[in-house]
Design a protein around this ligand. Structure first.
Ligand SMILES: CC(C)(COP(=O)(O)OP(=O)(O)OC[C@H]1O[C@@H](n2cnc3c(N)ncnc32)[C@H](O)[C@@H]1OP(=O)(O)O)[C@@H](O)C(=O)NCCC(=O)NCCS
Length: 243
């Protein structure tokens, strides 16, 4: 087997037999549309990954390293979702939804010790979000990520000007997002950041530093503009209907 083929396969599945099995299952059942397809995949995909109870997987979902994926009861994976679960793995808790074209990639090709992507219960990963879990990403319960959010638990080392950045290695500390938080669309969360619980991150923010519990942070770089506990927004000030 050529080195390039070996490299390709090592990026797709844990072993060659698993590669064959996972590809076969996804080729046979991955394209079937509608409820019939969801039903078939809920049964057939149990042969390649751990699922607690009924899981709804739409057609066109692509899964790599399925042995490192764990899906809780009632998880929904929308069309075009891509789960790439190198060692460290991807775990999605009960009732969480991953919407169209979201990409969850653990990206652990360097034996990184803390790589993983863990999502709690009833959380939502919006359309076209990108999560890169080299340093580990932990998202709590009841967290909402808007569309196009990027959670990037990695940085390249670039200090040595005599070598290309691509050859200097990476750092990967990890990112956490606390229970009940809401990350606005287009926000980018950088490595090493801890976002507390019940935090609001404004649309388009670039979050470079920790955000404490109950705070609203906006802008690039994101700055805290309100603490919802010490400077609360009274509900009666809401002039718009709440649905
Ligand atoms: C942050 C947000 C929730 C508003 O919170 P808020 O507490 O009502 O904020 P306010 O409207 O009172 O604004 C507070 C300040 O932050 C600024 N601000 C609000 N949102 C901002 C944003 N996304 N980026 C930069 N600045 C922002 C306001 O201009 C205001 O600045 P000022 O005090 O200088 O006038 C809202 O602006 C937002 O970004 N929502 C995300 C929407 C979204 O992504 N929806 C789809 C996903 S589910």
């Amino acid at each position: 087997m050529s080195d390039q083929l070996r490299l390709y396969l090592s990026r797709q599945a844990s072993t060659l037999p698993r590669y064959v099995g996972e590809q076969l299952l996804q080729s046979c059942f991955g394209w079937v549309p509608g409820l019939i397809g969801i039903g078939l995949r809920a049964i057939a995909y149990r042969a390649m990954m751990r699922m607690n109870g009924i899981v709804a997987i739409e057609d066109g979902v692509r899964i790599r390293f399925a042995d490192n994926v764990r899906l809780g009861r009632g998880v929904y994976l929308d069309h075009g979702v891509y789960l790439h679960a190198c060692p460290g793995g991807i775990s999605i808790g009960d009732g969480s939804l991953v919407m169209k074209n979201a990409i969850l990639h653990v990206y652990n090709f360097r034996n990184l010790p803390h790589s993983h992507i863990t999502i709690g219960q009833r959380s939502l990963i919006g359309e076209s979000c990108i999560l890169r879990g080299q340093g580990g990403i932990t998202i709590g319960d009841d967290v909402y990520l808007g569309t196009l959010v990027q959670v990037l638990a990695v940085n390249h080392v670039f200090h040595d000007t005599t070598r290309p950045i691509s050859m200097q290695g990476i750092t990967a500390q990890g990112i956490t997002i606390g229970d009940g938080s809401w990350i606005g669309s287009g926000a980018i969360i950088l490595d090493g950041v801890a976002i507390g619980k019940h935090v609001v991150i404004g649309a388009g923010a670039v979050v470079t530093k920790d955000v404490p519990d109950y705070c609203v942070a906006v802008g690039n770089p994101a700055r805290v503009v309100r603490n919802l506990r010490t400077d609360p927004l009274p509900l009666e000030q809401l002039t718009m209907p709440v649905y």
